[in-house]
Design a protein around this ligand. Structure first.
Ligand SMILES: O=C(O)C(=O)Cc1ccccc1
Length: 295
């Protein structure tokens, strides 16, 4: 009997950066575009997809707060893998408008893409309205559907190809080292065992400090890991949305959940009065977009 394809919900439409990342890890599986990050995440929560791939952090712009907050407040999902992809941004227009690109009337893209090109846009297109869209490929599709408007989109070269646009300025992101982390989310905890991942998996935890606001609480949490020589690769705070000054912490730990040291660390965190939500142990996959047109 033929194997059922894996259903992968991603932030679309086709040729988004998330699509390229998903195609890198799940090539040949059933990739299902969704209009927004919450819609892709909900597809997994509601059993319409096995995995969701969504951006979670960019090297220039930091956290994709919609993803982080949705994981904390709304969804009961786990991270099964992460994908790291290089990001190149280009300004693209309809071929009918491309010659007059310097007189572009508005520029459309995902807020993270606009932010990654902030300096370029400030110096080259000061005063030109920047319009936020749900994704870079959504912006490219919108430009292609409006050939009589002198508007531009910012996105990757596959989106230019897919939607028949002309790249009028390439590599416009402000810093050379532009990479995005995407997470692969699932309903049940478990490491995605695909080949080509990092040798050592890591673990993400969401941590609430004790409610009594005692001084040095964060220091105590960090020392739980420090004296066990457990390496933290990231720590970030996000508002709890219950009042100014209330935060939760997202911590990436260079260890697996099953490691004996981790078990001890989690017990000590509980004894300190912290509430910990483990988001899973997973491998990292470094995926460059394939040098072909995606269909
Ligand atoms: O809009 C897209 O194409 C996305 O997949 C989100 C995004 C935007 C900017 C950089 C990386 C991912």
């Amino acid at each position: 009997m033929e194997k059922e394809p894996i259903r992968v919900a991603y932030l679309g439409p086709e040729a988004s950066f998330t699509h390229l990342a998903s195609d890198g890890l799940f090539h040949g599986e059933w990739l299902i575009p969704h209009t927004t990050i919450p819609e892709a995440i909900e597809a997994v929560s509601e059993g319409r997809a096995d995995y969701a791939v969504v951006p979670i952090e960019n090297a220039l712009e930091g956290a994709v707060s919609l993803t982080v907050d949705y994981l904390y407040h709304e969804a009961e999902l786990y991270i099964a893998a992460e994908i790291l992809s290089p990001i190149e941004q280009n300004l693209m227009m309809h071929p009918a408008q491309a010659e007059k690109w310097e007189q572009v009337e508005s520029i459309h893209s995902h807020p993270q893409a606009l932010a990654q090109c902030h300096k370029y846009l400030h110096y080259r297109f000061r005063g030109v309205p920047l319009i936020e869209m749900t994704s870079t490929s959504g912006a490219a599709r919108f430009v292609s559907e409006n050939p009589d408007r002198r508007i531009g989109a910012i996105g990757n070269r596959f989106a230019a190809e897919k939607y028949g646009l002309t790249i009028v300025q390439d590599n416009i992101h402000d810093f050379h080292f532009n990479r995005t982390r995407f997470v692969v989310l699932t309903k049940t905890e478990g490491v995605l065992g695909a080949s080509g991942g990092s040798e050592k998996p890591k673990t993400t935890l969401m941590i609430n400090l004790p409610k009594d606001n005692r001084s040095g609480a964060l220091h105590q949490v960090l020392s739980v890991f420090a004296w066990r020589r457990i390496n933290l690769t990231k720590i970030e705070s996000r508002p709890m949305k219950t009042g100014l000054g209330d935060y939760f912490f997202i911590v990436d730990v260079d260890e697996t959940m099953a490691a004996p040291m981790m078990r001890g660390a989690l017990e000590e965190l509980a004894a300190l009065g912290c509430v910990v939500k483990p988001l899973g142990t997973y491998h990292t996959y470094e995926k460059k977009p394939a040098p072909r047109v995606i269909s």
